[in-house]
Design a protein around this ligand. Structure first.
Ligand SMILES: Nc1nc2c(ncn2[C@@H]2O[C@H](COP(=O)(O)OP(=O)(O)OP(=O)(O)O)[C@@H](O)[C@H]2O)c(=O)[nH]1
Ligand SMILES: [Mg+2]
Ligand SMILES: [Zn+2]
Length: 318
């Protein structure tokens, strides 16, 4: 459905109405646990969920959002306002539209697997999104049981651990890494994202064996997943903490905040860039660029720098 473009004045009026609504105490508040079409499932205290409609023009509402709800006649509930967010993970879809993924999350779990094989450009796109929103990111490499020698699969730990990212190898078949995985979810609102078939729902189901979570084998013909999960869902974990399982992505083009240099999404470049000659250096071919210098000396991994250049060219108009 095409979205109606709103004028600045209309947006201000909608925001003012939401703001007034948030302040009034005549409404219920709840947590969005899933959103499907025009219906939204909201959890109230204590853990009861209600099916709600949405007041028009509220914008995207996603798992993790806290919302204000009005109870209407004949037991109909309607979401009237989105409460202020701590953060919002967003991506840009194939049509250039910004899509919200999840709100108020404390960590992004980038789920990779032995098969389908990891794509490090996609990984860097995820990491950039997390850096831009100030969200912690953890890298999971699932299906580790499929490797005969599981030492630093795909060289990922060697690149990303020195940057401060936690890298966990997991298997739901052998339980490897599962206690570490469980531990890092405690007390967090985590979102599990990655391409189809890497095992996001399998990992979720491992933790919540009583939930009816759909899982499907990847295609034998092309090693790709079948896009089994269709909508995101927030689950409460037994040991505390919440986990959002999301549908497999085809790509994750980050929503780039143009007010900030793209290199700020790459931890090691942010650090090196402080020593560049020009404060607005793009680290392309400028003289006395500390980033290029670090790449040539091996202090910055070439693949990370190449991925930065690719994202830079995609972010620039023309
Ligand atoms: N060998 C092995 N297979 C796994 C593991 N985890 C998941 N799988 C298999 O991977 C396939 C895909 O699992 P899903 O959990 O449906 O993958 P998904 O990432 O949720 O996929 P979408 O919902 O399509 O995005 C299933 O056949 C699982 O049994 C693992 O640790 N080891
Ligand atoms: Mg799934
Ligand atoms: Zn530079």
């Amino acid at each position: 459905m095409a979205k109606r473009r709103l004028s600045q004045q209309q947006k201000q009026r909608i925001e003012a109405a939401q703001s007034a609504y948030r302040k009034s105490d005549s409404h219920l508040q709840g947590l969005v646990v899933s959103h499907q079409g025009s219906r939204i499932l909201v959890e109230l205290e204590p853990r009861t969920t209600i099916d709600c409609k949405i007041k028009s023009n509220l914008g995207s509402i996603v798992c993790g959002d806290r919302v204000a709800i009005e109870a209407g006649s004949n037991n109909e509930h309607r979401v009237m306002a989105i409460l202020p967010r701590d953060n919002l993970l967003q991506r840009v879809d194939g049509f250039g539209q910004v899509r919200a993924v999840a709100a108020n999350i404390s960590q992004l779990l980038v789920c990779l697997a032995v098969t389908p094989e990891p794509n490090l450009f996609l990984l860097d796109q995820y990491l950039l999104s997390a850096e831009q929103e100030g969200i912690d990111a953890v890298i999971l490499i699932n299906k580790i049981d499929l490797l005969a020698s599981p030492d630093d699969p795909f060289g990922i730990a060697g690149i990303y651990r020195p940057l401060g990212y936690q890298v966990i190898c997991t298997s739901i078949k052998t339980d490897q890494g599962m206690s570490e995985f469980r531990q890092m979810l405690t007390g967090q609102l985590s979102v599990l994202s990655g391409v189809s078939g890497v095992g996001k729902s399998s990992l979720t189901s491992y933790l919540l064996p009583d939930e009816p979570i759909k899982i499907a084998q990847i295609s034998a013909a092309n090693d790709e997943g079948r896009h089994t999960t269709r909508t995101s869902r927030l689950y409460h974990l037994v040991g505390g903490g919440d986990l959002i399982d999301t549908p497999g992505v085809r790509g994750f083009s980050p929503f780039v905040d143009t007010a900030r240099p793209l290199a700020h999404g790459f931890r090691e470049m942010l650090e090196a860039a402080a020593s560049c000659r020009f404060h607005n250096c793009l680290h392309l071919d400028e003289p006395n660029c500390a980033v290029i210098d670090a790449v040539s000396k091996g202090g910055i991994t070439a693949s990370r720098y190449q991925n930065y250049l690719k994202m830079l060219s995609q972010a620039k108009p023309g």
